[in-house]
Design a protein around this ligand. Structure first.
Ligand SMILES: Nc1ncnc2c1ncn2[C@@H]1O[C@H](COP(=O)(O)OP(=O)(O)OP(=O)(O)O)[C@@H](O)[C@H]1O
Length: 338
């Protein structure tokens, strides 16, 4: 039985989710200790427990330690089962992260699957639905996978209540090559508010528009009528010839709309200035997809803690070689070989 120390690297939920995903795909059982030891509230929170339960269902797995607050888990998959699944986090915990836990396994299953996911769809420190639908899934489709996602309703922290559907047709993944971004074709900023003043959206767009030199027709305020509680997200989409990237900031109580906009604009500028196709968040998520495809190469920003943790966690389950070459101070070339 593989033994994994969950406090390694970031010491967060990613070590657990990546381990579950790769355990399912490879059929390798594991025990994890020190789950999320690097976080203020360690152990399994609702989102992580839902990911464990989802993986248990998809892999007909034998599991012990699957309880709220648990810091130790044993997971032994038996057989992958496609199907119609419904996974509800029950809080505003990220439902997109639950999806990413089981998606590799469902791509490797024999039959198509349909998933209904409920929880947070626009969470800080997790892939927002817009990123999933317009950055992550298009690349996954380019790698040969047939996966589509449809948002039913958004869910923000702290109320949750978001819902989306995902259809998966199993395919073997092909290696991806994404070494250049090409020309930037379109830039757009969308500010969404739910049950908070519309003015917040306008102020965010005004600031992000001036910092990124966007025209008025590239700024889209959106007020949700059926919002599931208060929430605000500022989403900047950059569509280039070879890739689309999505950057997101979240409003919080006590945080000025202008600050939310400045932070997102800084992230977008860093990406644009480095002239790379793959941003920081996409990087750690693409690493796993390339490892599953047994190959791939992409140009990105210097690897952050999540990407380094991803490399360390993947190495427990897969015999892939990953080279990270420094092109210049802000640019790295990642090559994955199976
Ligand atoms: N704005 C964003 N856009 C896209 N992806 C994001 C964004 N912010 C974070 N992510 C991704 O979400 C994942 C978060 O991993 P992390 O280990 O922090 O998990 P977590 O479960 O949210 O946190 P915790 O450690 O509290 O459990 C990473 O893959 C990261 O790239």
């Amino acid at each position: 039985m593989l033994r994994i120390d969950g406090s390694k690297g970031e010491g967060g939920g990613q070590v657990l989710r990546t381990s579950l995903a790769l355990s399912l795909v490879t059929g390798t059982p594991f025990t994890m200790t020190n789950i999320r030891a690097g976080r203020a509230k360690p152990g399994l929170l609702r989102q992580h427990l839902t990911a464990v339960k989802a993986a248990e269902a998809v892999g007909a797995a034998e599991v012990s330690g699957a309880e709220l607050g648990s810091r130790e888990l044993t997971f032994q998959p038996r057989a992958l089962a496609a199907g119609n699944y419904h996974f509800a986090v029950g809080t505003a915990g990220s439902a997109t992260l639950v999806l990413q836990t089981v998606l590799p396994a469902l791509l490797a299953a024999k039959e198509p699957s349909t998933l209904m996911l409920e929880g947070g769809t626009h969470n800080p420190a997790a892939p927002p639905f817009d990123f999933l639908a317009r950055a992550y899934l298009p690349l996954l489709r380019r790698m040969g996978a047939d996966v589509t996602a449809t948002l039913d309703r958004p869910g923000f922290f702290p109320a949750g209540g978001g819902k989306f559907r995902v259809d998966v047709r199993p395919q073997a993944l092909k290696p991806l090559s994404l070494m250049s971004r090409g020309r930037v074709l379109r830039r757009e900023a969308k500010a969404v508010v739910s049950m908070i003043p519309f003015d917040v959206a306008k102020r965010e767009l005004e600031t992000v528009g001036s910092l990124l030199e966007l025209r008025p027709d590239q700024l889209r305020p959106e007020e949700l009528k059926r919002g599931q509680g208060p929430g605000n997200a500022l989403v900047v989409e950059v569509e280039s010839e070879h890739v689309t990237e999505v950057f997101t900031g979240f409003g919080e109580r006590g945080k000025r709309a202008e600050t939310v906009a400045e932070e997102v604009a800084a992230e977008v500028k860093r990406y644009l200035n480095a002239e790379v196709p793959v941003g920081e968040h996409l990087c750690d998520q693409l690493l796993l997809l390339c490892a599953l495809a047994r190959g791939g190469e992409f140009r990105t920003l210097p690897l952050d803690g999540h990407a380094l943790t991803q490399l360390e966690t993947m190495a427990h389950f897969l015999d892939v070689k990953v080279d990270v070459g420094e092109v210049d101070r802000d640019v790295r070339d990642v090559v994955v070989r199976g």
